[in-house]
Design a protein around this ligand. Structure first.
Ligand code: F6P
Length: 372
């Protein structure tokens, strides 16, 4: 009997999702004769049983399209906003799975999705995931869908910022996504030749950054590009976070919560860190500084060739694994091969940039300041 496959895309979208849906869907139908449906808007669509038939015509002409034809969402099955409450809706999702006689549910997503998929696995569902995020922070896989495209976009942005920074003898601080990891800022910073790269894994000293920029001025280079990962923190930010953490722990011991005003101050400080860095660098160097926040531009548009290839490799391998009866795993990229990794080994792990990573060494070796 034909196997029944459901697919959903969860978390933030990223280029390459449609290529992966196509890879899973075409191989599942054409090679293995399976039935494939999609759920709209991530786990919410699974809860609400909002289905899209993924037949041949629907899977055609989507390889190069950005975003996801299924829609995406950040909802968590066990904390789903329903009315004005957060409810555990996992059992409702199990019912949808059963009602459609699914043999497997394929979840395409980042770190949060891996955790949510494991929750559904623990409820007895057969789940397979694919790693997707521009942040490249999913554990146990060489890379993730969308990272290469975002890397290209951020690198091109840095290239373009170079010429205007040069003309006006300015510092340009360019904020790059990546959540709490620095893969994207580091990769784009190296590829775009940023003079300073600041990532969450290496807390930075603002004086060190200013010194590197002043040194460039002395060498006759009257502009500098600072590639700042959105999660990067100065040493002072780190201290502020740990002070609030201590307050939280102290308050928890007394059965209270930390003072709201302190939490709000910290939130404000972190929300403004890119602007604050730019202002402070102006004061410390005497150069004019501007900020560019790349934001969701990095997630938009058509996927790169490398992401289309990765999506097709992982997607078709996923269909093969389903055919072989494998479930409860993430389809990971390992060199030219793919590997089925148990969800238990992936969920809750974040792949940060190791401090001895060759990219860090390479950046240092070409004289890039990493702020430490
Ligand atoms: O995880 C991908 C990502 O783009 C992060 O880099 C960023 O911090 C976050 O999503 C932004 O999320 P949202 O699209 O929900 O604003």
């Amino acid at each position: 009997m034909a196997k029944h496959v459901g697919i959903l895309t969860a978390g933030g979208d990223s280029p390459g999702l449609n290529a992966a849906i196509r890879g899973v869907g075409k191989a599942a139908q054409v090679v293995y004769g399976m039935d494939v449906i999609g759920f709209r808007d991530g786990f919410r669509g699974l809860m609400q049983d909002r289905v899209m038939r993924l037949d041949g015509p629907t899977l055609s002409d989507i390889l190069t399209r950005g975003g996801t034809i299924l829609g995406a969402g950040r909802d968590k099955p066990h904390r789903m906003p329903v009315g004005n409450k957060l409810l555990d809706m996992t059992d409702v999702m199990v019912n949808t799975y059963t009602r459609h006689h699914l043999d497997v549910l394929v979840c395409l997503g980042g770190g949060g999705t891996q955790k949510n998929a494991l929750r559904l696995k623990k409820k007895g569902l057969d789940i397979i995931t694919l790693p997707k995020t521009i942040d490249n922070d999913v554990a146990m896989t060489d890379t993730t869908l969308g990272f290469d495209t975002a890397l290209g976009i951020s690198t091109e942005a840095i290239d373009r910022l170079h010429s205007t920074a040069h003309s006006h003898h300015r510092i340009i601080v360019v904020e790059i996504m990546g959540h709490r990891t620095g893969w994207l800022a580091l990769g784009a910073g190296i590829s775009g030749g940023a003079d300073v790269i600041l990532i969450p894994e290496i807390p930075y000293d603002i004086e060190t950054v200013a010194k590197a920029i002043r040194q460039r001025s002395r060498e006759g280079k009257q502009f500098s590009i600072v590639a700042l990962s959105e999660g990067a923190m100065s040493n002072d930010d780190v201290k502020a976070v740990s002070a609030v953490d201590d307050q939280k722990k102290g308050a928890a011991r007394k059965g209270k919560s930390a003072p709201d005003v302190e939490l709000a101050k910290l939130e404000m400080r972190l929300a403004n860190r890119t602007l604050s860095l730019s202002k402070r660098l102006e004061q410390l160097t005497g150069l004019e500084s501007r900020v560019t926040i790349l934001g969701h531009l990095q997630r938009g548009g058509t996927p790169s060739a490398a992401d289309r290839l990765l999506a097709t490799r992982l997607g078709t391998a996923c269909a093969r694994l389903i055919h072989e009866g494998v479930a409860g795993v993430m389809v990971a990229a390992r060199g030219d091969e793919v590997e089925a990794v148990l969800l238990e080994k992936v969920a809750g792990q974040r792949k940060t940039v190791p401090l001895d990573h060759p990219w860090i060494q390479a950046a240092r070796d070409v004289g890039t300041c990493l702020g430490d």
